[in-house]
Design a protein around this ligand. Structure first.
Ligand SMILES: Nc1ncnc2c1ncn2[C@@H]1O[C@H](COP(=O)(O)OP(=O)(O)O)[C@@H](O)[C@H]1O
Ligand SMILES: [Mg+2]
Length: 372
């Protein structure tokens, strides 16, 4: 068992607005091992970006620890932070505002190398060319400006820039959100390939559970600053242990209309609202105000994380009983709707029409492709 590259222990971050103090991140623990892709999933306002800011020392923390390669990064001086940034890089949501519009792509990509002391212009050019190739952009992209590129191309540039210093960890904060669907799929595939080639670690932040499942080994599900559930990606998405994760799973679009319809029949969750409103924290489950399975205990006692039935952990008083309630609701909604197969249609027609026995055999023979 290798020791984690990134270790977050009991992290809490608070924001003060006038006289109110709110916990944007409340006792969050997670780790990322070398070569591992860990997803953090949750709706807007759940504290995901605050975690990335805390990792990079960009926000003061209230309590807890953030260790990178075993070293505390929450109180780094300038030199220490410089060393950290060499190994941990960030890719933001909006590739347009994160790229300098007055610089060519070549200059933007060269900048990290220069900032870390590389003076050999020929070598810098070679590295830029190699990196463009790696993110599947044409050579000539180096001479272009961000405004001349599509959103997907710009995000590739942002990824290339993050990789210029050969970091060990890349933190991607909703890197697909600003892209259209086909660009999303392309960038997602690129991220997967890059990870396989370079043995990178990812902390991948998203509001879309299915995207996280595709890219990540493990998932951390957050709601209103707290961890609801963690576990292997397939388990968290396929057999969610927390009702909130289940709801996220139902909410993410499915390409299959049948399973979409079935999901709707079994979704008991109320519509999405601003989780920040429920961020009061304290001695209750933060999800209780939205949870269709909440009981009085959920309002008075904060659930602790405990092992679920697989390799994950869940913070829910109602696990696993809430699943029985879902099952009952699904039974009440009837069997999942399925379009009748063409063959079943014909069968029904045969029943509906009174046919002489011989006639009927003839039609059935034709249906079965029998040669008569
Ligand atoms: N600078 C800030 N000042 C006050 N509150 C903030 C600030 N940044 C974020 N918050 C609050 O902290 C919570 C978490 O925000 P954030 O980490 O951005 O969530 P996410 O990235 O999951 O959307 C939200 O309720 C948000 O309103
Ligand atoms: Mg965010």
């Amino acid at each position: 068992m290798t020791s984690p590259l990134l270790e977050i222990r009991g992290l809490s971050v608070e924001y003060r607005r006038r006289r109110t103090v709110s916990l944007a991140v409340d006792d969050v623990s997670l780790d990322v091992s070398p070569g591992e892709a860990v997803g953090v999933v949750g709706e807007s306002g759940s504290g995901k970006t605050t975690i990335t800011r805390a990792i990079l020392g960009l926000t003061a923390i209230r309590s807890g620890e953030v260790l990178f390669d075993g070293h505390d990064v929450t109180s780094l001086d300038f030199a220490g932070r410089r060393r950290l940034y060499r190994q941990a890089q960030l890719v933001f949501q909006d590739p347009y505002s994160s790229l300098n519009p007055s610089r060519t792509i070549g200059r933007t990509l060269a900048e990290p190398l220069r900032a870390y002391g590389e003076r050999d212009a020929g070598l810098v050019r070679t590295r830029v060319r190699e990196m463009l190739e790696r993110v599947q952009l044409p050579d000539g992209t180096a001479d272009r400006y961000p405004r001349e590129l599509s959103g997907g191309q710009r995000q590739r540039v942002a990824i290339a820039r993050a990789l210029m210093l050969s970091p060990r960890l890349v933190i991607l904060d909703e890197p697909l959100s600003a892209l259209d669907l086909s660009a999303q799929a392309q960038v997602l595939n690129l991220l997967r390939e890059l990870q396989a080639i370079a043995g990178l670690s990812y902390l991948f932040i998203s509001h879309d559970l299915e995207v996280v499942r595709y890219l990540c080994d493990r998932v951390v599900v957050m709601y209103a600053g707290r961890v609801m559930e963690t576990g292997p990606a397939g388990q968290v998405s396929g057999q969610s242990a927390h009702p909130y994760t289940h709801m996220l799973h139902q909410a993410s679009p499915s390409p299959d209309p049948r399973s979409q319809r079935r999901r709707h029949a079994t979704t008991a969750a109320p519509p999405l609202r601003d989780p920040a409103r429920h961020q009061a924290g304290g001695e209750r489950c933060n999800y209780a105000p939205r949870c269709p399975f909440a009981i009085s205990r959920c309002w008075t006692e904060r659930p602790v994380r405990r092992a679920d039935e697989g390799q994950g952990e869940v913070a829910c008083h109602r696990f696993p009983q809430w699943r029985d309630e879902i099952r009952l609701a699904a039974d009440a909604a009837g069997p999942p709707w399925a379009p009748p197969s063409p063959r079943a249609d014909l069968e029904a027609d045969l029943e509906a029409v009174v046919l002489e026995p011989g006639h009927r055999d003839g039609i059935e023979g034709a249906l079965h492709g029998e040669d008569r």
